[in-house]
Write a protein that binds this ligand. Structure first.
Ligand code: AMP
Length: 365
């Protein structure tokens, strides 16, 4: 538990953000629109969020003196990435309210704990088995079958730390490829599509979901998100119910994203939760240009103790990430009708790095 937040923050309050990537940057821009100030703490001197905030602290997450000064300067603290070290979150939570509560991190930083949490709520996931050592693999493969996906329990993102074990793949090679760390072995889901729900929950417990988004990944990295997803209203309702149940179970405050697979199940469909992100999420970027309120503003409102907005989508929308060298294509989108271009101001272009995104909005059919 963290320090008790004040009932509501005034518009002159300062929000502390851990992490200086594009998510922190877009959170800060949304806060600024509401008159709130932001202070970003990040070890990277070239942090994209540093360009748009009132104060920055360039320091390691273990630098207690810097954390102390940061906490003293802000009214509430939030984070833009889920791998905030537990020790950092606890240190800060003893000084200022940290929202969402750091307890959420312990679950979402560990794929095994996360899967156990989700299945404990009676929500479906891919079949999985915990792998503590390479000797566990053979029996686990017998349970989940091939293909299977071996994923590190911790620090996996954008496909890092995961290997698919198909027919003919040596499980030991897969184990070595993920660095021989504690892992889970998941059944491979032959999904029809991937979707996500971006849900916001306010302190009083009210939840507002954005319309369900459909996501396409390329090399495990999100490439395109579309809203609304091409799913039936019944599946969309079920997806929102699942996200709401998860947010309620955490007594969550802020925005969270729940990624799900839509898989064929007999004559119908099943929803299987793949991952929970306790933060604003790439698949919600479309909300900046194509909804009456963005995921970033919803998060700021929730942690500031303000009421959530009830978002309305403004059309059919596609968000395309500009990854690595694709950033150079942004100029072509600048004068396309119905198109918004977002550049994150990052200095170094690396393959797969999220450099910006383009949102295209079309009228509802
Ligand atoms: P993750 O890091 O767990 O979000 O996985 C990244 C991407 O890999 C997902 O968005 C899917 O496209 C794919 N993936 C992960 N787990 C599975 C699975 N069990 N079955 C099929 N595809 C998967």
């Amino acid at each position: 538990m963290s320090a008790t937040p004040p009932a509501t923050l005034g518009p002159d309050a300062t929000i502390g953000i851990l992490g200086g990537g594009q998510l922190g940057r877009m959170l800060a821009l949304a806060a600024a629109r509401l008159g709130l100030k932001c202070h970003v703490l990040c070890p990277d001197p070239l942090s994209s969020a540093f360009d748009v905030v009132r104060r920055v602290t360039e320091a390691d997450y273990s630098d207690h003196a810097a954390l102390d000064r940061f906490a003293a300067d802000v009214d509430v603290i939030t984070y833009e990435f889920e791998n905030v070290p537990a020790e950092t979150a606890l240190f800060l939570a003893a000084r200022k309210p940290v929202l969402p509560d750091p307890g959420v991190l312990a679950t979402t930083q560990d794929r095994l704990a996360e899967k156990a949490f989700v299945t404990g709520l009676d929500i479906g996931t891919a079949g999985f088995v915990a792998i503590a050592a390479s000797g566990d693999l053979a029996a686990a493969l017998d349970v989940v079958g091939r293909p299977a996906v071996l994923k590190t329990r911790r620090f996996g993102y954008d496909g890092k730390g995961q290997v698919t074990i198909r027919d003919g793949v040596d499980p030991l090679a897969a184990w070595n490829a993920i660095g021989g760390q504690p892992a889970i072995l998941e059944a491979f889901v032959p999904f029809e599509r991937e979707i996500s729900v971006i849900a916001a929950r306010e302190r009083g417990g009210a939840v507002a979901c954005f319309d369900v988004t459909e996501n396409e990944h390329r090399d495990h990295i999100l490439k395109t998100s579309r809203a609304p997803a091409a799913i039936s209203p019944a599946i969309a309702d079920e997806a929102e119910r699942i996200a709401t149940r998860i947010a309620d179970a955490f007594d969550y405050v802020g925005v969270l994203a729940v990624e799900m697979f839509v898989a064929k199940d007999g004559a119908g469909h099943a929803l299987l939760v793949n991952e929970i992100a306790p933060r604003v999420h790439n698949s919600g970027h479309w909300t900046i240009d194509a909804a009456s309120v963005s995921q970033f503003e919803q998060h700021i409102r929730a942690i500031a103790g303000w009421p959530l907005a009830r978002p309305i989508r403004r059309g059919r929308v596609t968000m395309t990430n500009l990854l690595g060298a694709e950033i150079e294509t942004y100029r072509a989108a600048l004068d396309e009708p119905g198109t918004a271009v977002h550049l994150y101001g990052k200095a170094g272009v690396r393959e797969g790095r999220k450099m910006g995104h383009v949102t295209r909005v079309l009228p509802e059919r």
